[in-house]
Ligand binder design. Structure first.
Ligand code: NAG
Ligand code: NAG
Ligand code: NAG
Ligand code: NAG
Length: 400
């Protein structure tokens, strides 16, 4: 649940950051486009509902001109819920992470933006932002009648894709299926499934922004994140919706929620945007605020400039493991990547990270250029920052 709140805060920070940015980098806030919510009430009878039983929802800005047959489907993130209590809380989340009754309109920026200068490859595509309201990365298929909690993420995914197919996506020339954080993980988990909804006439590729959550030990030597994922999968009844090529051999099968165990089985081209120092992963996976997290780690997590050399070395070790867990370099058109050393999490929806702030460039390339080039086959597609020091890429020094 903490992930959800943190994620919400990310959104509210966006406009402030933009206003405070030095003049040279300023992005006119009128480039936001506020896009209304589309509900799918007809999906409810098929059991496609948010945690509280409300209908699934998305936002769509229709494509025009050359983009009219191209589709970007972007899954929202926002952590996961692993207990009945957390999921009940989530139905009241003020961003609507458990209920479409609470969801508001959405400002489209970054890869969702409509301005050619700021989003040259996707600005005239159909751009869809899919709301996340199931709490298990669109994998669940269960129901708790006592608490009236609907764990129906897999149905939500199917209902939304079906709805979009009917709105013209069936005839798409190009389709890019992606998401960020828990949505980035969902894009990996559902990549081949999304592909299977479309014919061979559609050029389909997937991308994950900050969804490559690493399976590793925390600083206490425990695999607490694997246990967390195990609770999520059990609560939501997710196992049968995880990629079978993984669940048929992996034990426990809940480890099939970790991208490093799934990506080798995915047959569709996939692009990974992630930081090797993903602030959310350092905060939640490496140095979680469970047990008695030493004060020195609490400080280091919140302000990188206070970390000791030993802590920096542990962070560097995390980066090494992260890089090691990525697909092998070589086949960039099949497995593209843009891996920074920035202390950041979820970048493509944020205009500054996407194309405007030089701090987020690698080899002088923005992630907008890297992803667009990869999608259209204009360049090889594997870009990894070789700087092994955690980097503050914007005005913030916090790992969060
Ligand atoms: C969109 O951005 C504008 C300008 O910053 C803000 O006033 C508005 O509340 C935002 N709307 C939503 C739905 O976030
Ligand atoms: C797809 O294209 C066919 C033939 O051009 C057309 O008949 C059909 O209505 C289109 N479907 C959608 C969902 O736009
Ligand atoms: C890249 O991977 C795809 C899918 O496995 C394969 O078809 C293609 O031949 C590979 N290309 C190279 C150059 O290895
Ligand atoms: C980086 O790219 C920008 C814009 O594409 C360009 O103006 C700048 O000169 C480049 N910087 C370097 C060091 O190549």
């Amino acid at each position: 649940m903490v992930g959800a709140r943190m994620y919400g805060r990310l959104y509210t920070i966006v406009p402030i950051l933009i206003l405070l940015t030095p003049v040279g980098l300023a992005v006119d806030i009128t480039h936001f486009k506020t896009v209304a919510l589309t509900l799918i009430p007809s999906a409810v009878k098929n059991g496609a509902v948010c945690l509280d039983g409300s209908p699934p929802a998305y936002h769509i800005d229709r494509g025009v001109g050359d983009g009219a047959n191209n589709w970007l489907v972007f899954l929202e993130g926002g952590g996961w819920c692993d207990t009945t209590e957390n999921c009940l809380d989530r139905t009241k989340d003020k961003e609507g992470l458990g209920s479409s009754k609470i969801m508001q309109a959405k400002n489209f920026t970054g890869i969702l933006g409509h301005d050619q200068k700021l989003n040259p490859d996707f600005y005239i595509w159909n751009r869809v932002f899919v709301r996340y309201c199931d709490g298990a990365s669109f994998t669940g298929n269960s129901f708790d009648p006592v608490n009236k909690l609907y764990y129906k993420g897999a149905n939500v995914f199917n209902a939304i894709v079906e709805d979009l197919l009917g709105k013209g996506m069936r005839n798409a020339t190009n389709a890019l299926f992606m998401g960020c954080s828990a949505g980035g993980l969902a894009a990996i988990l559902n990549c081949d499934r999304f592909r299977s909804f479309l014919t061979e006439h559609t050029n389909v590729k997937c991308a994950s922004d900050a969804g490559y959550f690493l399976h590793t030990k925390d600083i206490f030597g425990e695999y607490h994140y694997a246990n967390f994922y195990n609770r999520i999968v059990n609560l939501h009844g997710s196992i049968k919706n995880l990629p079978k090529a993984c669940t048929s051999t992996m034990r426990p099968r809940s480890l099939c929620l970790f991208p490093q165990n799934i990506v080798p089985h995915i047959e569709t081209p996939l692009f990974l945007i992630n930081s090797a120092y993903d602030g959310n992963q350092i905060n939640k996976i490496l140095a979680p605020s469970i047990d008695d997290l030493p004060q020195s780690w609490k400080r280091c997590k919140f302000d990188i400039t206070t970390c000791s050399q030993d802590q920096i070395d542990i962070l560097k070790g995390f980066r090494s493991e992260f890089l090691h867990a990525l697909p092998k370099l070589g086949n960039g058109s099949f497995r593209g990547m843009f891996i920074s050393s920035c202390l950041t999490h979820c970048q493509t929806q944020v205009q500054l990270n996407w194309d405007s702030d030089p701090g987020f460039r690698i080899e002088n390339m923005t992630m907008a250029e890297a992803l667009g080039n990869w999608f259209y086959g204009r360049s090889s597609g594997q870009i990894v920052d070789d700087n092994d020091v955690p980097k503050v890429c914007s005005s913030s020094t916090t790992l969060l």
